[in-house]
Design a protein around this ligand. Sequence first.
Ligand code: SF4
Ligand code: SF4
Length: 259
Amino acid sequence: MTHEAEAYIDDSRELRDDDTFCFSCTPDKECFTACCHDLNLVLMPYDIFRLKHRLGITSQEFLDRYTSVHVGQGSGLPVVMLQMEGPYLKCPFLEEGKGCSVYEDRPGACRTYPLARIAARSKDREGVDEFYYLVREPDCQGFNGGRQWSVREWKEHEGIAEYNEMNDLFGELLQAKTETGVQSLHADQIELFYMGCYNLDEFRRYFLEGPNLDRYMEPEEVVKSISEDELELLKFAIGWVKKKLFQGSCFACGLPPQE
Ligand code: SF4
Ligand code: SF4
């Protein structure tokens, strides 16, 4: 989970649900919370959704206060990262001596460690094929004398399923960009992507409260459901961005995707 996590991925073994590994992360470890510093932690749309609810702030406030935005290498799309703070580059949600202050709503990457999920969608098959690699961070003592887990048990214990489900939805959007062969997007289209995926309160204002013709093209029950349920709104927003940017011309900004 550190800035070099990819370098520590053990890709010699693909772990599926019934495969096992040994790990225990407990407060008595000398390394306790050391891993919550100096992270390059990419936030997914659902991570932001959970954290902004946890903190009781708007998505705009969350993005302004806790994140930095980068341009994805290759994709050219905005990538939102959790901003570390202070001289020791501490995660803003780490309470020294206590642990994670947002534990029940911590990001998917924090839950999944020491596993890294690899998910692929095939054009010919429904659903996602997933497996996991172990990430062996050199300073992590969790592998010393850890209890045995199956991947399935770890996923249940850490509450990973709903994060995976939402990340797969986001993955479909990224895959749609790849499949269209679109190399770069206009600034307006990038803004639309950022708003729909990360700034959900702004998307609500834009789609449900503003003079947006698209709203009237949606069935009444869909508009009702996304008005009343914010998770449904996030799912809708991700699908809507996909449709707008990669499945036809972009009516929102009046521009076709750039080749
Ligand atoms: S055991 Fe590993 S995951 Fe747990 S606190 Fe230590 S470094 Fe972090
Ligand atoms: S969100 Fe919690 S678990 Fe994740 S890095 Fe921050 S303090 Fe650690």
